[in-house]
Design a protein. Structure first.
Length: 263
C-alpha cells in the first residue's frame, strides 16, 4: 500500500522541528571527516571535513527532508549537538558506526509502526527515482575510486543493487539471518516483516555488537532510511551530470536533492 506524504508528515507534527524549530544532532568523527545525524528526522544526515562544515548543512537537510514528506519548512532552526562519538569508521567515505542515544531504549508500538512506515516510504521513493532513469548503466567517471568497501559504484544500476543487497546485511547486525531472491520492494517488505516479529519479542531493548559496532532495532530502521537517502543523492548527482552533458534533458527528483539546479 502506498503511503501518502501527508500521513507521514503527521509523524513529525508534534516534534520540535515543526513547533519550535529545534533540531538535535549526533556527530561522529574519526578525525578526517564528520558525519552528523538529525535525531528528530530518522535518516537525515550531514557531512563535512569539519564539524562546522557539517553543521552549516543542517538547515538545508531539514528543509529537504520535510519537503520529501510533503511539508513546508517554517522555521530557522536552533541546532543542538546532543552527542559526539569518536569513531574508527571511515567517516570520510560515509562509513558510520554511531549508536545514537535516541536509538536506545523502549519504544511504543506506534513509534515502531511510524519508523517502519518511514522505511517503507523511503523504499517507495528510492524505487521511484530508480525506475524513472533512462541510462542506468552509464558510467560516471567522476565516481570511479576506491572506498573502504571496494570500488565506488559508478552507475545507477550498481548503486541500486548495492542498496538492495545491503538490506539483509543490516538485519544480520541484530542476529536476523535471512536471504531472498526478489526485487527491491519485496526485500524491504520481508525485512520489515522480520523486524516486526523481532519488535514483538524484544521491543527495542536488545542490543547487539557486530564487528565492534553496537546495534538496536531502531538503529537498523534509521540506517535503512539513511542508506536509501545517501545513495539516492548519489543517483541524482549522476542524473545532474547526465543533464549537464546533454545526455538527458531533465529528470525526476522525488527526494528534492537537486531542485535548486534542476528547475
Amino acid at each position: 500500500m502506498s503511503l501518502t506524504k501527508a500521513a507521514l508528515g503527521l509523524y513529525f507534527h508534534m516534534s520540535h522541528v515543526q513547533l519550535k524549530g529545534i533540531v538535535s544532532a549526533g556527530f561522529e568523527t574519526n578525525g578526517k571527516g564528520h558525519l552528523g545525524f538529525i535525531v528528530e528526522l530518522p535518516g537525515a544526515f550531514v557531512r563535512g571535513k569539519t564539524e562546522r562544515q557539517a553543521l552549516d548543512k543542517v538547515k538545508k537537510e531539514v528543509d529537504l527532508y520535510l519537503k520529501w514528506l510533503g511539508m513546508e519548512p517554517k522555521h530557522d532552526y536552533e541546532i543542538r549537538i546532543v552527542q559526539r562519538h569518536k569513531s574508527n569508521a571511515v567517516v570520510e567515505d560515509a562509513d558510520t558506526a554511531i549508536l545514537l542515544q535516541a536509538d536506545r531504549g523502549e519504544i511504543r508500538v506506534e513509534e515502531f509502526k511510524r519508523l517502519a512506515d518511514l522505511a517503507r516510504y523511503s523504499k517507495e521513493t528510492f524505487v521511484k527515482l530508480y525506475t524513472s532513469t533512462q541510462h542506468k548503466d552509464w558510467i560516471d567517471e567522476s565516481r570511479i575510486r576506491k572506498t573502504f568497501y571496494g570500488d565506488n559504484p559508478a552507475t545507477i544500476q550498481r548503486i541500486f543493487d548495492h542498496v538492495r543487497n545491503c538490506q539483509f546485511y543490516y538485519l544480520s547486525r541484530i542476529g536476523i539471518t535471512e536471504e531472498m531472491d526478489g526485487d527491491f520492494a519485496d526485500t524491504r517488505e520481508l525485512c520489515l516483516e522480520k523486524l516486526g516479529a523481532f519488535y514483538m519479542e524484544n521491543n527495542n531493548l536488545a542490543m547487539f555488537e557486530a564487528d565492534g559496532e553496537l546495534w538496536t532495532l531502531k538503529k537498523v530502521l534509521r540506517r535503512f532510511i539513511w542508506h536509501d537517502r545517501i545513495h539516492a543523492k548519489a543517483i541524482t548527482r549522476i542524473l545532474e551530470r547526465q543533464r549537464q552533458l546533454g545526455i538527458i534533458k531533465t529528470y525526476d527528483d522525488p527526494f528534492h536533492f537537486m531542485k535548486t539546479t534542476n528547475g
